[in-house]
Design a protein around this ligand. Structure first.
Ligand code: B12
Ligand code: SF4
Length: 510
């Protein structure tokens, strides 16, 4: 008898089904571009579908281990949206398997999949997370399911992933359209050709058309281990949301996706409605927005704040933004509506490197924005990048000075990582710092080593930056306030202890 899954997330009880559509799909069936009749609504779809995130093997992280380990386990909204789209299309026998949240390794994932016996498995990945995703695809294939890989990674590498035998299809772009169409084709026993955004060994459907997430509905969270998600930044339980997608800026380290060409915004009503629902249903105490730049459309943010005020919603929330998009009045409105923290993409303290990053900001704007937020009662979190191409120690020290000089309560110091398809990658290859074919070979699984740092001591610089920022006397009060407000005592203290323990004699050289 089939055991019930801890994270089964169904609109209907798991019914008979399970009949392995993969064997039902006739080889070489005629392409049915646009001609596939939709199944009648009343007919229950039998396909069993698993949506998986599995990234226990992330070589190319930009974060130091002490921080990576404690930062938290944050939900995957993309899979939640795909789940909703599948349900709307009538597919109810769907589970999301989020191995970081469940604490499962590859063996655990394999066992769970074997138990669920899916017909179709969709695995999501970033490029750095690919080794874990390929493991998940292998586990899925071992159950006899059809396997599709999707996520931001496939926007730069699509067909190349088919090098891995366990991957049948690659989804490029919107999973919310690709997955229901693929599921329907498999359900009907057809070859999935003609689907936009689907790439297989016989078909190349280019990229899927863009969708406004508001038209999909809210991401499915039912059945997810909501209490296992945590962030060192937030009180538990917390949740994540996305209120807009896309960013028109072109910072040279940032991986651009199709959605960046045309930003998409959800209406204030839809955003505030989801916030209220999260509080009511899951008792969440804080919401973390995953937007690229939350305040891109200031009028909309103002309306969100007004709506929060008029509905009487009392909830902490926080969001990412740029230093040039936070006028004082907006900051005041946000603070009044429950915004407790803004994450600023500051990146560097050296004007020359900021210019090379194509950041379109400057030190004065950075100081102004962080100070204004602080004065409005919003805590500042600064994202910084260390170890930029040819960054001198002097330039690195400017980042440290800036981070410690402005009223920031938090900071993260990523090591510069030339993601494929970015201008930073092109420049790093041209400068001879990384091999031109690293990512191509990484995608084929030829490496167990991360891409090279752009300055030899980048990792050490990141460590030093964390230590100097967080282990300062001036941080005692903000850290205590943070722990008292979020309850993140153990995690924060462990992190600080581990930073202190790693102090080395060479810190003095910086
Ligand atoms: C929130 C976030 C995180 C969160 C949560 C991760 C998550 N996947 O949800 C955390 C903090 C954990 C994180 C970590 C990292 N992240 Co991140 N993250 C984001 C961010 C800001 C938003 C993601 C999001 O929710 N988008 C909205 C949802 C709706 O979109 P989505 O998840 O992409 O899903 C859509 C499509 O991709 C597709 N899709 C997704 N999955 C699947 C699966 C199938 C089968 C199909 C068909 C389609 C499909 O359909 C969905 C909608 O229709 C993006 C930037 C961005 N704008 O996307 C960066 C981004 C994804 N992250 C990135 C990076 C580099 C990282 C890190 C490596 C950074 C680090 N610390 O070292 C790690 C890697 C984690 C890992 N091991 O894979 C890069 C990825 C670049 C790349 N080439 O892959 C991005 C694009 C940022 C950037 N612009 O450079 N990240
Ligand atoms: S780093 Fe931020 S501002 Fe720059 S392009 Fe990426 S999302 Fe936009």
């Amino acid at each position: 008898m089939r055991k019930s899954l801890p994270l089964i997330s169904t609109g209907e009880p798991p019914g008979g089904g399970g009949g392995g559509c993969s064997s039902a799909a006739p080889a070489g069936a005629p392409a049915a571009a646009g001609a596939r009749p939709a199944l009648p609504r009343w007919r229950k779809r039998k396909l069993r579908i698993a949506l998986v995130r599995h990234h226990d093997l992330c070589l190319n992280t930009r974060q130091i281990t002490q921080v990576q380990k404690r930062a938290g386990v944050l939900p995957h909204l993309g899979l939640g949206y795909i789940h909703t789209a599948l349900k709307t299309a009538g597919f109810h026998d769907v589970v999301q398997i989020d191995t970081p949240a469940l604490g499962l390794d590859s063996e655990g994932l394999r066992a769970l999949l074997a138990d669920f016996r899916p017909d179709l498995v969709g695995v999501s990945t970033t490029t750095p997370g690919l080794p874990g995703a390929v493991e998940a695809c292998r586990a899925a294939k071992s159950t006899g399911a059809k396997v599709i890989l999707g996520g931001p990674h496939t926007e730069v590498y699509a067909r190349e992933n088919l090098f891995h035998e366990s991957i049948d299809y690659v989804g490029v772009g919107e999973g919310v359209t690709i997955m229901p169409e693929l599921a329907e084709a498999l359900e009907q026993g057809e070859e999935p050709t003609g689907i936009r955004g689907l790439v297989s060994r016989d078909w190349d459907g280019g990229a899927a058309p863009m969708v406004n997430l508001e038209d999909v509905g809210w991401p499915e969270r039912e059945g997810l281990p909501m209490r296992n998600y945590f962030s060192i930044m937030a009180p538990r339980p917390f949740a994540t949301m996305i209120s807009s997608r896309g960013c028109p800026f072109k910072c040279s380290f940032c991986f651009k996706q199709a959605v960046d060409k045309k930003s998409m915004y959800r209406t204030p009503e839809d955003v505030v409605g989801e916030m209220a629902e999260l509080q009511k249903r899951y008792g969440v105490k804080e919401i973390m927005f995953y937007d690229d730049v939350f305040t891109l459309h200031r009028g909309r943010v103002r309306e969100i704040c007004e709506l929060i005020g008029s509905t009487g919603l009392k909830l902490r929330w926080e969001a990412p933004t740029r230093v040039d998009l936070v006028p004082v009045k907006l900051l005041e409105a946000m603070a009044g509506a429950g915004c407790v923290r803004l994450r600023f993409g500051i990146e560097h303290g050296d004007p020359e490197i900021l210019r090379r990053m194509r950041k379109e900001s400057d030190i004065e704007k950075i100081e102004r924005a962080v100070t204004d937020a602080h004065e409005a009662g919003i805590k500042g979190f600064g994202y910084f990048i260390v170890g930029w191409l040819d960054e001198t120690r002097e330039q690195f020290r400017r980042t440290l000075d800036l981070a410690c000089r402005i009223p920031l309560d938090y900071a993260s110091f990523y090591t510069a990582t030339p993601l494929p398809g970015t201008p930073l990658h092109t420049e790093s290859v041209a400068a001879g710092r990384v091999p031109a074919d690293y990512w191509d070979r990484f995608v084929r699984g030829e490496f167990d080593q991360r891409i090279g740092y752009l300055v030899p001591d980048a990792q050490q610089r990141a460590q030093i930056a964390y230590r100097k920022f967080f282990l300062r006397r001036e941080m005692a009060r903000p850290l205590l306030t943070h722990m008292a407000q979020t309850g993140q005592w153990r995690n924060t203290l462990d992190g600080l202890r581990s930073l202190a323990r790693s102090t080395s004699n060479t810190d003095r050289d910086f």
